[in-house]
Write a protein that binds this ligand. Sequence first.
Ligand code: CA
Length: 228
Amino acid sequence: MSPAILVVEDEPAIQELLAVNLRHAGFEVIRAGSAEEGEAAIRAAMPDVAILDWMLPGQSGVALAKKLRQDERTRELPIIMLTARVHEEDKIQGLEAGADDYVTKPFSPKELVARVRAVLRRRSPHLAGETVEVDGLALNPGTHRVTVGGQPLELGPTEFRLLFFFMTHPERVYTRAQLLDEVWGDHVFIEERTVDVHIRRLRAALEPSGRHERVETVRGTGYRFRGN
Ligand code: CA
């Protein structure tokens, strides 16, 4: 599962430069030419990092960053601000708006990719490709391998994503709608009972190892994954 990076940049050449380099580094890239397009992209599917240009037609990148920080759904979304401005006070304004990092144009694509990786590692270590482990159940997002006590486990792609989400968000109860949003992304045309089908498959795959009991049904609400 490659992390998805949203690029909000109105200059086509820079947008292209960012997209090519991020894709080359193994990321999935979603492009937007304005803050409004960026917001629509986030509504459709939550990215793992947002790169926001400061100067955009219409709403500015700083205004968008502020908005994203105020919205509960996007509060934790890592943001990197991109700008031609070099003054210290602008930098402070960008960081105060809620940006995690700040890159000044002209930038080296290599450096930008390194900053994206650093932000991912800080905010969500599992997205940086590190193995997640709970009670001998180990999942590697880079190789897509799941093992229990070293023995490989066969999982379908949706069950893999579901387990990945659960293991990285243990102990919290999620409704079916929230799981659709987090695991399926654009879920407009998917029925909530689809979640139950994949939960059943995930439990069946985990059952031989006994770890299926960690996927708990919370009556009237949804599901929760029991951590350590
Ligand atoms: Ca611009």
